[in-house]
Design a protein around this ligand. Structure first.
Ligand code: NAD
Length: 501
């Protein structure tokens, strides 16, 4: 069986953990590889090299650092097809969607290519008599990233792209469920000219995560995953004196106003709810039609569209979506559909028990539509993270603003309308971090920043863009004076707090 290894500059210490985790092929239901689960001793080895290479990298001028990023970008582009195939075979998302995963990460690398421009500090000449003040952004030292299974290319690149361009060394702990692409990215990074040890990949589970959170040589931790773990990571990392950003789960709502173009909405919703089998933190698993008439018209159009979806193995070019990631996750999603049924919701299209002919052991879940869902239901309050769309009917616009605003998660939200005033009101008032107006998956582009609110994000600095730069650097402020030697040596003012007044 294929063995996936850590990606370290020095060999793993002898006697470190021999625990492993299986990596499935979700389309066939077979175990295709094994990944080792590292421990604190292994992390120490990675940190040792990171400490050796980081000062030299930070001292490398930003233009030279940008050249490595440019080369890395070219290598990813040249390797897009094999990267997407590898990603798809472990995750289960279809190949074109896997390319999108790589591409959205690549866009952050492209932003990081502009590091000489974005790292420039601020300067004030003559802030006082003969005094100038300037500030500069300096790297933190060693940063770490802990990433989820659902974007094994994009999310690591959100993190290490910005961290490394800013002058840090980086330790990546990817999801143990689809760990191969992160390793491949690290290999390509060395091929691009990065010093060995600048980007290392350590595999593992809670044991390795705890080792990262407690390690005194790691200054900052970026985490993306489910909310309970994000909260845990945030608290433990902050208690250990680190800077932490921890993005969590989501339950994004799509508000459909009575004047919306329903054909467009159905098309957008189908992709946003069922694409990648719903395993996206910016999926739209809840649709909120405003008014009974809108709900009925929407439902009538949704049913045939959902019934027409094609589920296939992840390499099927005609499939709309593939299997979910593991057998446990399939069982969990089906369990949520059971819960919704028990809670009294109406299962309009039932994806439980779905099998794909010829791939009966694959982890497929059929598309599911659930109507008459109410805010009190647990199946509404919690994240399902599968190909399940829930309809929550709103009485009016105010009700529709309240639903996502009062939900425990606040990652993304969308409104579909032709009314500019309603859209503007909604965008201003809704208590959610990322808003789409007639855009179903409003993931901001790489030169803006990504981050949800409430239980979707702990910490207050977003991912990538200028926020990412803030997260991975600290600001040094320098106040300088170059005396000309004529100053009064017996100046009593020296005893008074300096002011510029
Ligand atoms: P997860 O929380 O199970 O795992 C995330 C990471 O935490 C992995 O690297 C995993 O190894 C590690 N981990 C697992 N259990 C742990 C524990 N007990 N203690 C410490 N670390 C642990 O998440 P997942 O299932 O891989 O990913 C899906 C989740 O991520 C969903 O909730 C989704 O909404 C969320 N997500 C959020 C965003 C965002 O930006 N808000 C983006 C993508 C995914």
């Amino acid at each position: 069986m294929r063995q996936i290894d850590h990606f370290l500059a020095k060999p793993a210490p002898s006697g470190s953990s021999s625990r492993t985790h299986k990596v499935w092929n979700p389309s066939t239901g077979e175990v295709q590889a094994q990944v080792p689960l590292g421990d604190a001793a292994l992390l120490d080895t990675a940190i040792e090299t990171a400490k050796e290479v980081q000062p030299g990298w930070a001292a490398t001028n930003p233009q030279k650092r940008a050249r490595v990023m440019f080369k890395f970008k070219e290598l990813i582009e040249a390797n897009m097809q094999p990267l997407a195939e590898l990603l798809s075979s472990e995750h289960g998302k279809v190949i074109d969607d896997a390319k999108g995963d790589v591409q959205r990460g690549l866009e952050v690398i492209e932003y990081a290519c502009g590091i000489p421009q974005v790292l420039k500090g601020e300067y004030t000449q003559g802030a006082g008599p003969g005094i100038d003040v300037y500030s500069m952004r300096q790297p933190l030292g060693i940063g770490a990233g802990i990433t989820p299974f659902n974007f094994p290319a994009m999310i690591p690149m959100w993190m290490f792209g910005m961290a490394i361009a800013a002058g840090n060394a980086f330790i990546l702990k990817p999801s143990e469920r689809d760990p191969s692409v992160p390793v491949r990215l690290a290999e390509l990074f060395v091929e691009a000219g990065a010093p060995e040890g600048l980007l290392q990949v350590v595999h593992g589970d809670k044991e390795m995560v705890d080792a990262i959170l407690d390690h005194t040589d790691i200054s900052a931790v970026s985490f993306v995953g489910s909310s309970d773990i994000a909260h845990y990571v945030y608290k433990r990392g902050v208690a250990a004196g680190k800077r932490v950003q921890a993005m969590g789960g989501a339950k994004n709502h799509g508000i459909v106003m009575p004047d919306a173009d329903l054909d467009q909405v159905v098309n957008d919703l189908s992709g946003a709810a069922f694409g990648s089998a719903g395993e996206r933190c910016m999926a739209l698993p809840v649709v909120v039609p405003v008014g009974e008439d809108t709900a009925e018209r929407l439902k009538e159009k949704l049913i045939p569209a959902i019934n027409a979806l094609r589920i296939g193995v992840s390499s099927d070019p005609d499939a709309h979506y593939g299997p979910v990631v593991t057998p446990e996750h399939k069982a969990r999603i089906e369990g949520w559909i059971d819960t919704a049924e028990k809670e009294g919701a109406e299962i309009v299209i039932d994806g439980r028990g779905f099998t794909l002919q010829g791939h009966e052991d694959g982890f497929f879940v059929g598309p599911t539509l659930i109507d008459r869902v109410t805010p009190k239901m647990e199946s509404y309050q919690e994240e399902i993270f599968g190909p399940v769309l829930q309809i929550v009917r709103a009485d009016d616009f105010e009700h529709a603003v309240r639903l996502p605003s009062e939900h425990q998660y606040g990652n993304g939200v969308a409104i579909f309308t032709r009314n500019g005033h309603a859209a503007r009101e909604f965008a201003h008032r809704v208590n959610v971090g990322m808003v789409g107006i007639n855009v179903p998956i409003p993931v901001p582009v790489s030169y803006h920043s990504f981050g949800g609110w409430k239980r979707s994000g702990f910490g207050d600095i977003d991912q990538y863009g200028t926020e990412g730069l803030r997260f991975w650097t600290k600001v040094k402020k320098v106040t300088q004076r170059w005396p000309d030697g004529t100053a009064d040596a017996d100046n009593k003012d020296a005893f008074i707090i300096p002011t510029m007044g």
